[in-house]
Design a protein around this ligand. Structure first.
Ligand SMILES: Cc1cc2nc3c(=O)[nH]c(=O)nc-3n(C[C@H](O)[C@H](O)[C@H](O)COP(=O)(O)OP(=O)(O)OC[C@H]3O[C@@H](n4cnc5c(N)ncnc54)[C@H](O)[C@@H]3O)c2cc1C
Length: 295
């Protein structure tokens, strides 16, 4: 089986200086030989220019970058122009999303599903881009049922998605069950777990509540006890997430995608711990001993 892939996600900083700082962080993370760095695209396209700037800054340093993209409020022509910009910069991967309604717009605006964007990219650019889509082992918060969620995920795959990255979770059963259900439905694209390092109690719980990710009670309760002790919270978080990643890789997950929140150390330390604990590892990447997953 091939080495598990690793990738790191950033959000676009607000300033040029911030971009430069982020590029230096990406260079540090490059020691983990990531397949790519992805850059988020704010709800409704609210960070479009900043996303492009961050993507081009990282690309100029020779890094593999995958911009996140959604239709947002852009016209088809604007979306095409963006794709052209990415193609000219030598970018070969896009994370295609529906995105969420930006605060302030309410629910009046019709969002276009990610499936439509995947089809649009394939129609206009053929196989230029490897397309990643989002997957939700614990179910997307808007979905009417887990079965519907799977049907809509399948439509993204049929529209041309090459692989998927999951919402973060702390329950490996949810991931393996999801991968199994996808395989039973005939979907065999790699489904890479999204991993959220634990570094901050309030931020994590807020984010988890908003995107429908469950923090198991035992983890929440332990984190509560470290509310005023950042060092202990980080140490506990590192152990919990490293074990989660170990179980995922041992069970056959094809890689890991870290939601870095633009921090270097939490993700890198987890990746390094994994490299240390991998039995036959000679390099910086862990090697899973398990058979390939059904995805
Ligand atoms: C890896 C990853 C990266 C992300 N990056 C960003 C980012 O950069 N910017 C951002 O704003 N958000 C981002 N998000 C969040 C994401 O945009 C939200 O979760 C959003 O609500 C759904 O996007 P999606 O692409 O999964 O949507 P979709 O796949 O379109 O699904 C959205 C919902 O609609 C349902 N659905 C899908 N198709 C249909 C249909 N035809 N009819 C009826 N219902 C349907 C689905 O079941 C689901 O409930 C990311 C999420 C992940 C997992």
């Amino acid at each position: 089986m091939s080495e598990p892939r690793v990738s790191f996600e950033f959000f676009p900083p607000r300033t040029k200086k911030g971009n430069e700082r982020l590029a230096r962080r990406a260079e540090r993370l490059a020691s983990a030989t990531p397949e790519f760095f992805s850059v988020t695209y704010g709800a409704g396209g609210s960070t479009r220019d900043r996303t492009v700037e961050t993507v081009l800054t990282l690309r100029a340093r020779g890094l593999e970058v995958a911009p996140h993209l959604s239709f947002g409020t852009a016209s088809d022509d604007e979306t095409l122009t963006l794709l052209q910009t990415f193609r000219e910069a030598g970018i070969g991967r896009i994370v295609a999303l529906r995105g969420d309604v930006p605060s302030g717009l309410g629910t009046a605006r019709q969002l276009r599903y990610a499936e439509e964007l995947v089809g649009f990219i394939r129609k206009h650019t053929g196989r230029t881009f490897h397309i990643e889509v989002a997957a939700y082992p614990e179910c997307h918060p808007d979905s009417t049922s887990p079965d519907d969620d799977l049907v809509f995920f399948q439509r993204k795959v049929e529209a041309g998605a090459d692989s998927a990255i999951t919402q973060f979770f702390y329950n490996t059963d949810a991931y393996f069950d999801y991968v199994e259900r996808c395989a039973s439905a005939g979907m065999h694209i790699p489904i890479v777990p999204g991993v959220m390092p634990i570094t901050n109690y309030a931020g994590l719980t807020r984010f988890a509540d908003s995107c429908g990710a469950e923090i198991p009670r035992w983890i929440r309760r332990r984190l509560e006890t470290y509310r005023d002790d950042e060092e202990s919270l980080r140490a506990f978080g590192e152990v919990v997430v490293t074990r989660l990643c170990e179980r995922l890789l041992a069970g056959g997950a094809p890689g890991l995608h870290f939601y870095t929140l633009n921090q270097t150390q939490p993700s890198l330390r987890i990746w390094e711990q994994l490299a240390i604990s991998a039995p036959s590892s000679q390099s910086s990447a862990p090697s899973s001993q398990s058979p390939a997953p059904s995805s």
